[in-house]
Design a binder for this molecule. Structure first.
Ligand code: FAD
Length: 294
């Protein structure tokens, strides 16, 4: 099913993100995580494309496993930076041949050394327009509640509007730890008459060091409440995990109470936090399904 269609039937959606093998996780580990996450019956699962040190190889086969083996809707990420049209077309063909109906269309990060192959696309909106001329995929795009590091907020909003008008069906947010940032961004989009499903990207913190690295990479802030947790439990891994999951839970329950379109959990290929979260929001999701006639 196309994710755009899913939103007409069910909100909030619950989804998980995994990434392909890297120097820590083998393909077997990733498949195992997908099997465990599938038991939690998410509405869809996404697989990144070369993000955070993972390879681009295997993205299509992982998406195919999610869709065709685990029978969960799959969202395949695809980046266009440095890519030629014929390379993108080859991947689109592979996705189509594997029954994948949804693409998270992204530009990709500019490498720190600035060395990029000259490609046929400058921005995610160029990729989206290209996909639209080729195939009938449902398309997601990224948004940044705290702004994108390369642009000022006003220009970024203007560029986002352009990205949506290029054919984006739904947006998934960068990680944020302060729900107010998400609500403020939602208001800005409302003022621009932008009304498409906004999915909140939530990362349960399980490791203090990792979170400091991630926040500096993606430019999201650490609110004082979370800083206190990090300061207190950073050196106690079990307590840090518990506190991190509790913090994510609080964010999720508040967002769902405020009618968010979807919650997307950045699992980092780990299952425990998602399992605990799904257990804790079981009644909330049952209520959602009753209201939707499931
Ligand atoms: P764009 O929408 O193209 O925006 C990039 C920058 O260019 C922004 O500052 C924007 O304001 C500006 N811009 C856009 N259009 C124009 C224009 N016409 N003129 C001038 N400026 C313009 N990276 C990966 O490598 N693999 C992944 O799988 C991956 N998954 C992600 C999933 C999510 C939910 C998010 C939030 C990010 C993900 N990323 C991934 C990271 C992403 O690739 C980077 O954040 C990248 O820097 C921007 O990608 P984008 O698609 O948002 O780019």
């Amino acid at each position: 099913m196309k994710i755009a269609e899913l939103f007409t039937k069910k909100q909030p959606t619950i989804s998980f993100e995994v990434f392909p093998p890297n120097n820590i996780y083998t393909l077997e580990d990733v498949y195992h995580a997908i099997d465990e996450l599938s038991i939690l019956k998410p509405d869809f699962m996404s697989v990144t494309y070369g993000a955070g040190g993972s390879t681009r190889r295997n993205s299509v086969s992982i998406a195919s496993k999610i869709k065709n083996v685990n029978k969960i809707e799959a969202l395949a990420h695809l980046t266009c930076i440095g890519a030629k049209k014929n390379e993108i077309d080859k991947i689109l063909e592979e996705l189509k041949n594997n029954n994948i109906e949804n693409i998270m269309a992204l530009r990709g990060d500019i490498p720190q050394n600035g060395n990029i192959e000259k490609g046929d696309f400058l921005y995610a909106s160029d990729l989206i327009k290209h996909i639209k001329t080729k195939e009938n995929f449902s398309i997601g795009g990224a948004f940044y509640p705290e702004g994108h590091q390369e642009t000022n907020d006003i220009l970024d909003l203007f560029n986002l509007k352009n990205k949506i008008e290029s054919g984006t069906d739904f947006l998934i947010s960068q990680i944020f730890f302060d729900n107010e940032k998400f609500y403020e961004f939602k208001e800005k989009l409302k003022k621009l008459n932008i009304d498409i499903p906004l999915i909140a990207g939530i990362m349960p913190i399980t490791n203090g060091k990792q979170i400091r690295k991630i926040t500096s990479m993606c430019g999201c802030s650490i609110p004082p409440k979370l800083k206190k947790i990090l300061d207190r439990y950073e050196n106690n891994p079990i307590a840090m995990r518990e506190a991190g999951i509790a913090y994510a839970m609080e964010q999720i329950v508040e967002l769902i109470s405020d009618d968010v379109s979807g919650i997307h959990i950045y699992t980092m290929n780990r299952v425990e936090a998602s399992k605990k979260i799904m257990e804790n929001i079981g009644s909330i999701l049952r209520k959602r399904d009753e209201n939707n006639g499931y």
